[in-house]
Design a binder for this molecule. Structure first.
Ligand code: ZN
Ligand code: MN
Length: 476
């Protein structure tokens, strides 16, 4: 049997966090609201109502498109996608068929081996969400509150080659949506939902074989389990010499932990698309697009690559990137450093001091990057010891004390200490050690440095103590 490779493409639906719905002025926030109370004639499709495009939804979709290197349409339109389902009161969904707002983009991720890989995007279009069917033991209820929520649909090319890559891609899309503030992208709350197309082929074969589309995967775990299940099922089909010969749609059954055949995959013709007659075609000026471009920020993947380049472990780098505020503090701290040494000291301080303190404070950064850097710089200059610096940081972090005051007090305390007297005292108490040192056993001096540091209670930096002690020993 020839070796097989896995071919995966994703369709990701992302609810946009606008104030109002896609085509009416109903609130776009139905969390905790009674069913069917956040609705109006337009979003339940009463005959004679007219849809009006939500400008903010258009802007946020274009922002995602710009951030992912898409070409943005200057001329676009909406279309009716016709199908009948109880959660679709109009009998059609207003979507975009042949003129999506964004096309031909790309998103970089880390692949299975930790190498950077680019996944091509076919398109991102803007449509409306359907209502929600709620299944009870005996009946199915429909809640129309969700009806006409602005929804972006991102479609990738079939560039993903494993379950892990699909997971990495989804996590990156979620982070991008959050970084751009276009969606809360919470899978558990249904803000982000995924359909995965999967097929197999012998390695070296260029052709794509009929795919199986797995519908409505709404957690990372489900995506992974469903894909793994399909890889097993399809590998077996190939081994038996009977690979899938037609495209099909399946549903993941989380109770039975398997996919269930739902129907042959529907094609575009099944939806009888036609241009939405109630919405005029839209022209987008370059200046409108340029204004939106100002909202593009550094993408999480590029941030993560930067952290990995700073020798941070990839797993830790990913968790840092996941937390936008923490990553912002970290970046500010490193940006303040005006030399390579200070940059290294800042990274070290962040990992060794700031991060543990942040975790201990239940993910709250209680000291600003500016204050933290002031402290790092003071320690680096040798004015206060690292040990005392840590105490200053702790007092500021846990007790709300001022870093500037802490530094000032520590400097004064260090100045008050009579280092020469302490050194003379230690030398006088250890004549044998001095003798050993003078006869060539240089490492014995470390014990005396330790004693001096002990007597200063760590207030004087170790290198300063060392220098002064060595100087004093010469004169003995
Ligand atoms: Zn409405
Ligand atoms: Mn869709």
């Amino acid at each position: 049997m020839q070796e097989l490779e896995t071919i995966i493409g994703l369709e990701i639906h992302i609810q946009i966090n606008t104030q109002s719905k896609m085509f009416c002025s109903c609130s776009n926030d139905s969390e905790g609201v009674d069913p069917n109370t956040n609705i109006c004639p337009t979003c339940v499709g009463v005959v004679g109502t007219l849809p009006l495009i939500n400008k903010s939804a258009v802007e946020k979709t274009i922002l995602l498109g710009l951030a992912t290197d898409c070409e943005i349409a200057h001329h676009t339109k909406w279309d009716r996608k016709n199908y009948f389902y109880p959660d679709l009161p109009k009998g059609y969904q207003i979507s975009q068929y042949d003129m999506p707002l964004c096309a031909k983009g790309k998103i970089s991720i880390y692949d299975e081996n930790g190498e950077i890989k680019t996944i091509r995007l076919n398109r991102i279009h803007l449509e409306e969400d359907a209502a929600k069917n709620v299944h009870t033991a005996t009946e199915t209820l429909v809640d129309y509150n969700r009806s006409s929520t602005p929804l972006m649909e991102m479609v990738t090319e079939a560039d993903l080659r494993s379950t892990k890559e699909a997971g990495n891609f989804l996590r990156e899309v979620r982070r991008i949506a959050r970084y751009l503030k276009v969606s809360d992208a919470d899978l558990e709350k249904g803000h982000m939902r995924c359909d995965a197309s999967i097929s197999m082929r012998p390695v070296g074969d260029e052709k794509l074989y009929p795919r199986t589309e797995i519908k409505n995967l709404n957690s990372f775990k489900m995506v992974e389990k469903a894909l793994e299940y399909e890889i097993c099922r399809q590998t077996k089909q190939w081994e038996e010499g009977k690979p899938n010969d037609r495209e099909e749609t399946v549903l993941w059954d989380d109770d039975k932990q398997k996919t269930q055949f739902m129907r042959d995959k529907e094609g575009a013709a099944d939806y009888r698309y036609f241009p939405e007659p109630d919405i005029p075609e839209v022209e987008l000026e370059q200046s409108f697009i340029d204004d939106i471009k100002k909202g593009v920020v550094e993408l999480p993947h590029s941030k993560m690559k930067r952290y990995v380049d700073w020798n941070i472990d990839p797993v830790q780098a990913e968790s840092l990137v996941e937390d936008m505020e923490l990553a912002e503090y970290f970046d500010q701290l490193v940006e303040l450093a005006d030399s390579d040494d200070l940059k290294k000291a800042s990274i070290k301080w962040f990992l060794g001091e700031s991060l543990p303190a942040y975790k201990k404070a239940n993910d709250e950064m209680k000291v600003s990057a500016e204050d933290t850097f002031m402290l790092i710089k003071t320690i680096d200059s040798g004015k206060i010891s690292r040990l005392i610096g840590k105490q200053v940081f702790e007092k500021a972090f846990e007790g709300g004390a001022s870093i500037a005051d802490g530094i000032k007090q520590a400097e004064e305390a260090a100045a008050d200490i009579d280092l020469d007297a302490i050194i003379q005292e230690v030398i006088a108490a250890n004549p044998h050690v001095i003798e050993q040192y003078k006869s060539g056993k240089e490492q014995v001096i470390n014990a005396l440095i330790g004693q001096c540091i002990g007597k200063t209670k760590g207030a004087v930096p170790a290198n300063e103590v060392r220098e002064a002690l060595l100087e004093a020993v010469k004169k003995v």
